[in-house]
Write a new protein. Structure first.
Ligand code: SF4
Length: 468
């Protein structure tokens, strides 16, 4: 292609897996000669990478499609593609509600997007006006979902996501993911290590291993490498200073996994341990696969094996039939568990899931009231935990200047807390934290959104680095 090559812009909703998918779509588009733009206004091709986990992101996509319809009315050549989970779940419905959509492509088919766009553009050059939308969707059978083709030509970056497994076999009764992303399948361990090596060579210091139930990695691979083996393999890659993973399932924290986490210095002291609710009847009806007692055993084993570990969670309220008493059980457990932070959501019925057909759907008002009470409780706990860190020292991987105050650098602790670093008055260049540096920071303030600190120096006034 030439400098007149078509331009594209990717819009993303949803989880880290979707963020990674969007990056892959953009890479495949660039490799095919399309040019990335910063705004929809400059784009010939708009790709919407969508999420189906709750109703709200779906509504936002339809609203965005409405805006794009107006633009496309003026710019008839614009190509609109809907990608991701909503494409897989809603397929025909999308083209019924938005007949101007040109392409619908399910997750896991990022590498096919440029070719689909080319087909639409070629069709237009040949004079064809409105054509049938091109659709690439999985048919729902186990075999239909393959491990997606990945591009390793990623740009240099400090932190990177690395998908290690796709799909989910657990079929929680409220969740659409097994229907949109298919059954569980893992990438070969050597492919993952090769990707991590390439990232490290390009300057990446922190990786996050991704999977819907990431710690069940490897179950169907020959030789059955487990998640503990995977952790050991990626931690052995020179240059990778930090390893994170999300989202694990509480049942996947075997003794080997906890031991590997405790042994490996690169594995950060942060676990996202999704709870949802703390009531055994609800957990059974959600088909979560654990009781609250079993969940608590996992939480305690992580806390005793990994000193200072921060634990975050997902909490869902308003599941069908949830009584005030059951909601209170969740509140009581949240008070007991003292999570560092939580993603808190009201249950949202997803068509095709078992829970959507259950009796006892909770009213919107009751959900809002419960959500507000839960947020208030968790916010208090998060604030207390972060305030208690005042006086401690934390390792921070420096991301760059703070968005709100460019005089401060900002980064993440190993425990996943955003930390702003106060400039040291009259500091020598050595004392100015560098992007990508690992520095020790003395915490002087803690609050709901994170920490504030100053650089710790040695007797020669040099910053103390934990690992370089
Ligand atoms: S474990 Fe449950 S909530 Fe998580 S992706 Fe699988 S089905 Fe969905």
């Amino acid at each position: 292609m030439t400098e007149t090559n078509p331009t594209f812009h990717v819009l993303t909703w949803g989880c880290q897996m979707n963020e990674d998918d969007s990056e892959q779509i953009a890479l495949f588009m660039e490799q095919a000669g399309y040019l990335a733009t910063d705004t929809v206004a400059d784009a010939d091709v708009v790709l919407l990478n969508t999420c189906s986990v709750r109703r709200k992101p779906e509504d936002k996509v339809y609203s965005k499609l409405g805006e794009l319809a107006e633009i496309k009315h003026e710019r008839k050549r614009m190509v609109i593609a809907v990608c991701g989970c909503m494409a897989q779940a809603e397929g025909q419905e999308i083209t019924r509600r938005a007949p101007y959509v040109d392409i619908v492509v399910g997750p896991g088919h990022s590498s096919e997007v440029p070719d689909l766009v080319r087909q639409v553009l070629d069709g237009r050059s040949n004079g064809s006006r409105k054509t049938t939308p091109r659709m690439v969707l999985d048919d729902g059978s186990t075999e239909a979902y393959s491990v997606p083709v990945r591009s390793l030509g990623r740009p240099s970056r400090l932190r990177a996501y690395v998908p290690v497994m796709y799909g989910c076999d657990r079929f929680c009764t409220y969740c659409i993911v097994p229907l949109t992303r298919g059954r569980e399948r893992s990438r070969p361990l050597e492919d993952i290590v090769a990707e991590v090596r390439a990232l490290a060579a390009a300057g990446t210091r922190e990786i996050t291993l991704l999977g819907q139930t990431v710690n069940s990695y490897g179950r169907r691979l020959s030789g059955k490498p487990g998640f503990a083996d995977l952790l050991r393999a990626v931690c052995a890659v020179p240059g990778i200073a930090r390893v994170r993973f999300t989202s694990p399932h509480p049942r996947g924290f075997t003794r080997e996994v906890v031991a590997a986490m405790a042994d490996l210095p690169q594995v950060c002291e942060h676990v996202h341990l999704p709870l949802q609710v703390a009531d055994n009847d609800l957990l059974r009806r959600m088909k979560r696969g654990y009781t609250i007692e079993q969940y608590d055993d996992v939480l305690q084993s992580l806390r005793s094996a990994i000193p200072g570990v921060a634990v975050t969670t997902d909490l869902m309220l308003g599941f069908p039939g949830e009584t005030e008493r059951q909601f209170q059980n969740t509140m009581d457990y949240v008070e007991h568990a003292r999570f560092d932070a939580a993603f808190m959501f009201a249950y949202s019925p997803r068509q095709g899931t078992k829970a959507a057909a259950m009796d006892g759907q909770i009213s919107r008002d009751a959900k809002v009231e419960r959500l507000n009470a839960l947020i208030e409780l968790q916010n208090r706990i998060t604030t207390e935990i972060n305030q208690a860190l005042v006086g401690s020292e934390q390792e921070v991987l420096v991301d760059g200047p703070s968005v709100r105050d460019t005089a401060r650098m900002t980064g993440l602790t190993r425990t996943f807390k955003t930390t702003h670093i106060e400039p040291t008055p009259g500091a020598e260049p050595d004392l100015v934290p560098k992007v990508g540096g690992l520095v020790r920071v003395a915490i002087i303030e803690g609050g709901l959104t994170g920490l504030v600190g100053t650089i710790v120096t040695d007797q020669n006034a040099h910053p103390v680095l934990r690992r370089e």
